[in-house]
Design a protein around this ligand. Sequence first.
Ligand code: RIB
Length: 289
Amino acid sequence: MARIVVVGSINMDLVTTTGRRPEPGETVLGRGFEMVPGGKGSNQAIAARRAGAEVDFVGAVGDDLFAAELRAVLDDAEVGTRRLRSVAGPSGAASIVVDSEGENSIIVVGGANAAMTELADGDLAAIADADVLLCQLEIPVPTVLAATRHARTSGTTVLLNPSPAQELPPEFWSEVDIAVVNEGERARLGSALDHVAHVVVTRGADGAVYRGPEGEFGHPGVPVRAVDTTGAGDTFTGALAAHWHEGPATALAWACTAGALATTKLGASASIPSRTEIEAALPARRSGG
Ligand code: RIB
């Protein structure tokens, strides 16, 4: 079983469903509203745990009404919360609009995630003890840099999902072992990704492609009826991390299957499939080629 540490964000997602997303300046009628725990870090931690890894989460919640529920979603998933701190002020929050095609628009407000400016000795020890460090870019970038540098010096594999895409120091990329990006992020990051040994590009319903020492190959999309793509990339990334030790081809199969299943329900953390659900969908993929 892989041991994974996620250093990242946790948010309350405020999810509105609607027939179509409004144009600038337009008001449309919504169909429903739900509050669902999310955040790229938390989603990926839960996805890795459900896919079969042992996971610890390093992050922060606020002292508001959302905090207890955010902590509980990690506890319920059996993600370790010893390194989850509570800070004064609001928790992270995301306003999400999901249309009838299952596509979304998201605005994230950092809240407590922005307070993740330092790593404690216990955080560093957890990173050093792990097989894989999993990071995203919804906490301050200097903290991500500190975590990845410590992982590299400790022999812990660094998996970065550089989302939301933003400018990073050029030297940073050589500290990343595996990058998981969508097609937009790949275009935006350009040649920076040339410094990363293993690059996985997600292609939505069309699956994903891998490039690295194992060659270049793709994995087809897993056909499902998508109702909400929110968190599908996070589920993909968490499952990939959990199965990376089995090699990129196997990890990609788990990731594509888990990511596809995550689109079949509304809400980020609520839609992450269990290991049993992923395994049940894997044989169909294999026999289908
Ligand atoms: O990737 C989906 C996530 O992005 C949502 O859960 C939201 O919180 C934002 O972080």
